[in-house]
Design a protein around this ligand. Structure first.
Ligand code: UDP
Length: 408
């Protein structure tokens, strides 16, 4: 994959702009840090973004925090509390979080012009900023709209030590003394997850996964996480099926930093029982073509999250021209404009009603999908995301350069 391959989607001027911006960064050294190489949206983006930043002449590398089960239990609690779930982060858990960060300091190479920390797990690495790294950025992918106060208060002293905090949606900004920057995530139209697929490939995937294509298919692709509300999706589907014969696919996979997946999957299994119309799939982390085919072969894509930082799965579905029914939470309304690029919902009943609308009105559903694809093309492709990051990197250098110029 090279930048030139994006020309058909975004035109030559976008690529010229990216190269021009990158030239001004003079091969700057950038270290990205997160908590997992596979599973979830952050890893998905870093895998696609880093090769392009390198092609643009930046010296970028990716470090992954190393933890242990107690650490991932604690970070998951913190994650849930930041999403508004009433959870207590005990002093022991806080200590575990801090200790694992401290231990990682000796094994991670953070000697960069810009240390780009993703999400709360590695946030405390910033303790080392006097010794290593010139600029520090905190990239928050979490929906902070209803963050529990204690969880945020634990994070805040660390966040304050960064040059800037970067969020996906305006509602996530907090009262902070540092700069706060709004940058939406993106999808890669050239990845196996999003590239065009032939009807044969799509059919093969459905056959291989044992899902008959005899009826309309409603799908949600998500880690098995309570915040993705898989049980709510099952309930909504059952309301729909009272009047329309259809199938439901719930496709999920593990993330190495998410210890709750198995437990949630077990609860969903119990709720589904032996329902022959519901297909529960636990896919390996590299099932990109399978997910792509599932999304393309579905009639309606659902994302019934209770909270959502952005929801790459929504952008992925819109890009494939699908009608999307999604909760009006977090970053989703950036992507789904109600009745224009999908349907926004607020409840199980609302989701059922919206799914029925799409299934009963194919022309309406098609129009939503077409508008959605154009909305994604204009706003949520990787090239736009790259441009925003390059500009942010440039402004970091700029304030210091200006100070030097002014002799201060
Ligand atoms: N995904 C996947 N396999 C799965 C479930 C999800 O590859 O079984 C991908 C999905 O296609 C999307 C990303 O993981 O690209 C999830 O990102 P999103 O922002 O939707 O949610 P997150 O998991 O980061 O909360």
């Amino acid at each position: 994959m090279t930048l030139d391959q994006y020309r058909p989607f975004v035109g030559p001027s976008t690529l010229r702009e990216l190269r021009w911006l990158a030239e001004h960064l003079n091969g700057r050294r950038i270290c990205c840090v997160n908590a997992t190489k596979t599973g979830g949206g952050v890893a998905e983006i870093l895998h696609r973004m880093i090769p392009l930043l390198r092609e643009l002449g930046l010296d970028v590398w990716w470090e992954v925090l190393e933890g242990h089960p107690a650490f991932y239990q604690a970070t998951k609690k913190l994650h849930n509390a930041l999403h508004g779930k009433p959870e207590t982060l005990t002093p022991e858990m806080q200590q575990t979080l801090i200790e694992v960060n401290q231990r990682n300091l000796s094994r991670l190479n953070l000697d960069a012009d810009i240390v780009f920390i993703h999400d709360p797990q590695p946030i405390a690495l910033v303790e080392a900023r006097r010794q290593v790294g010139r600029h520090w950025l905190w990239r928050c992918h979490i929906d902070l709209t209803y963050a529990q106060r204690d969880a945020w208060e634990f994070l805040r002293p660390y966040v304050q030590r960064y040059d800037a905090a970067v969020y996906s949606a305006p509602a996530f900004a907090r009262p902070l003394a540092i700069r706060q920057i709004l940058i939406a995530p993106s999808i890669d139209p050239l990845s196996d997850k999003n590239k065009e697929l032939s009807p044969e490939t799509i059919n093969d995937v459905f056959a291989h996964l044992g899902i008959p294509q005899d009826r309309p298919i409603v799908t949600q692709v998500s880690r098995f996480d309570y915040l993705k509300d898989p049980i709510g999706v099952v309930e909504a589907f059952r309301l729909v099926r009272r009047s329309i014969r259809c199938r439901l696919v719930l496709a999920g996979g593990p993330a190495s930093d998410d210890p709750e997946g198995e437990e949630i999957l077990a609860k969903v299994r119990e709720r589904v029982g032996s329902d022959p119309d519901i297909h529960l799939l636990m896919l390996p982390p590299d099932s990109h073509t399978e997910i792509n085919a599932l999304q393309r072969g579905s009639t309606v894509i659902v994302q019934k999250s209770l909270r959502e930082g952005f929801g790459l799965t929504v952008a992925e579905a819109l890009w494939k021209g699908k009608s999307v029914v999604a909760s009006a939470v977090g970053g989703i309304p950036l992507q789904v404009k109600h009745r224009y690029s999908g349907l926004l919902v607020h409840s199980i009943e609302g989701a059922a009603h919206a799914i029925k609308q799409c299934l009963r009105n194919p022309e309406f559903a098609k129009q939503l999908g077409e508008n959605g694809r154009e909305h994604v093309r204009q706003n949520f492709l990787l090239t736009r995301h790259l441009r925003d990051y390059l500009m942010m990197f440039l402004t970091l250098g700029r304030s210091e350069d200006m100070m030097t110029l002014n002799g201060s």
